[in-house]
Design a protein around this ligand. Structure first.
Ligand code: HEM
Ligand code: HEM
Length: 194
């Protein structure tokens, strides 16, 4: 029997791509498409061709340039919410629950890795719910201030994902090179149950 069923592997890789995509949109929002940087650039470049804009106008322009990119945060956000539901369903399969059974007999290190996975699942669940709530705050009857406060928490918790992703990737590469040969290819070809 395979260690990871095809549907679980598909889930893992689609989920990885969606999370990396979401991190990519945040990266762009905070760097190349930052409205602060771009509004200054626009003000400066427009001045060079004798056009003057107010700070507020430059902000509107810079945000308009950012908007089509940020739509991807929302599209990938919906995808993430669907992937969370899919992962919950997968918990009822052998592949989906094997990492969380007989935790007592595991080494301290493995226990920590698995608790880490449960932690990241909780965080991803929070990000999905909070993201949807910010996006639909009007429909939900929430005030702009409450939506803003939730956004602040959403933005703070994002840091946990930023830390988990490189740790996880470095972790599985180290495991692959030490005592867990095949750990990465198992997630690609399914491996076999030990
Ligand atoms: C792109 C490089 C990645 C590689 C090579 C990779 C590889 C792996 C491997 C080999 C496992 C199995 C580990 C084990 O048996 O304990 C695993 C599990 C897992 N990965 Fe990744 N991963 C990658 C990206 C990601 C990303 C971006 C996320 C997003 C948060 C993620 C989330 C998870 C989770 C939550 C598990 C635990 C699965 C379970 O519930 O049993 N992975 N990954
Ligand atoms: C791993 C998952 C996610 C990460 C890492 C993430 C990260 C972030 C960050 C860092 C911000 C703040 C951006 C800033 O103000 O500079 C943000 C805002 C936001 N996110 Fe997410 N997010 C995730 C999932 C989602 C989901 C599932 C949705 C739901 C559709 C969502 C919707 C939003 C919305 C609506 C905002 C507010 C944008 C604004 O103020 O214009 N996010 N996200």
């Amino acid at each position: 029997m395979k260690k990871w069923r095809l549907d679980f592997r598909l889930w893992h890789w689609v989920h990885a791509a969606v999370i990396l995509g979401l991190l990519g949109t945040v990266f762009l929002r905070k760097t190349f498409l930052s409205w602060r940087t771009n509004s200054e650039l626009l003000t400066q470049k427009l001045a060079e061709i004798d056009l003057s804009v107010t700070e507020a106008q430059a902000k509107v322009l810079a945000k308009a340039i950012r908007a089509p990119m940020w739509e991807w945060h929302i599209i990938l956000g919906y995808a993430l919410a669907a992937l969370v539901v899919w992962r919950i369903i997968l918990f009822f399969t052998d592949s989906g629950k094997q990492n969380y059974q007989n935790l007592k007999s595991e080494s301290f290190h493995k226990k920590m890795v698995k608790i880490g996975y449960i932690g990241i699942y909780t965080i991803i669940l929070f990000m999905s719910i909070s993201g949807l709530v910010i996006h639909f705050y009007e429909v939900l009857g929430l005030t702009k201030e409450i939506a803003h406060d939730i956004k602040e928490i959403h933005e703070l918790v994002f840091n946990a994902i930023l830390i988990f992703v490189p740790l996880h990737i470095i972790g599985v590469i180290i495991a692959e090179n030490q005592d867990e040969k095949g750990i990465i290819s198992d997630m690609i070809n399914g491996g076999s149950k030990s």
